[in-house]
Structures are given as structure tokens and as C-alpha cells.
Design a protein around this ligand. Structure first.
Ligand code: ADP
Ligand code: MG
Length: 129
């Protein structure tokens, strides 16, 4: 991938499953309907929202563990952040791709992978913990 690459959008609501996995994700409705979207997978990103910049881990994909893989979603878990940002504008700046999309046998194994993804994304973004 060539960087810098960014996506601007608005946070929309989903099925509230992120919170259940321990990783709430702000689901993005991309502003530009013609923008080319990167391949499905997990990425370390910078997140600009409410005049602050945070680190985050982004999933682009069809959530094969959670549903039948119908619609693509773009959703980001923001590190060290806890606020309701539904309907807020948000910008994602891509830092590095972490892994391709995968289907897991259980929500537990998905959650375990999310822990590893978070550790890797934090390291790539030079965030502690
Ligand atoms: P939804 O399915 O509606 O996206 P989630 O369970 O994934 O629900 O929760 C996402 C929402 O939680 C976000 O839209 C945001 O308003 C809020 N939120 C709180 N903390 C975070 C965080 N650290 N990262 C992303 N969203 C967060
Ligand atoms: Mg979500």
C-alpha cells in the first residue's frame, strides 16, 4: 500500500457487538462514495476525532465470524478512549496493515486475536501497554 492514505467519514451505529467483545468500534460511513477502499483486513491507524488524534486498530471487512459476510464494514477501535461519538466526523490515516481478514471458530478465538492485534497496533503506533 502507498501511504499516506486517509478516509473521512461519519460514525454510524451498528449491532453493538464491539462492546461485547471488549473492543467497541466506531463504524465509519465514508463521505466520498467513489473513494477506493483498501483491501479487507486489520490496520494500525491514526484517528482524528473531536480535535484530538488517537491511535487505533481498524477492521475493513465482512465480519465473517459474526455474520454471513454480507456487507463490508469499516470500523475502528480507538485506544485509550471512551466516549460516545455517534454522528461525529472522523478521519482515519493508515499507518500499517497488520493482517488479512479471517473467520474464527468462536467469539473467544476472535477476541483472543483482537488482543494480539491490539498489542501489535500499539507497538506500530509507539503506544505503551
Ligand atoms: P456499534 O455496533 O454501534 O458500532 P460498538 O459496540 O462497536 O457499537 O460500540 C461503538 C461505539 O462506542 C462508538 O460508535 C462510540 O460511540 C463508542 N466508543 C466508546 N469507546 C470507544 C472506543 N475506544 N473506540 C471506538 N468507539 C468507542
Ligand atoms: Mg462498532
Amino acid at each position: 500500500l502507498g501511504y499516506p492514505y486517509f478516509l473521512n467519514g461519519t460514525v454510524v451505529s451498528g449491532f453493538q457487538v464491539g462492546h461485547k467483545l471488549g473492543y467497541p468500534t466506531a463504524n465509519l460511513d465514508v463521505n466520498d462514495p467513489c473513494k477506493l477502499i483498501p483491501a479487507r483486513g486489520v490496520y494500525a491507524v491514526r484517528v482524528d476525532v473531536d480535535n484530538h488524534t488517537y491511535g487505533g486498530m481498524l477492521n475493513i471487512g465482512c465480519r465473517p465470524t459474526l455474520n454471513n459476510g454480507a456487507n463490508r464494514t469499516i470500523e475502528v477501535h480507538i485506544f485509550d478512549f471512551d466516549a460516545d461519538i455517534y454522528h461525529h466526523p472522523l478521519r482515519l490515516t493508515f499507518v500499517q496493515r497488520i493482517r488479512p481478514e479471517r473467520k474464527f471458530d468462536s467469539l473467544d478465538s476472535l477476541a483472543a486475536q483482537l488482543h494480539r492485534d491490539a498489542a501489535e497496533a500499539r507497538a506500530l503506533l509507539s503506544l505503551s501497554r
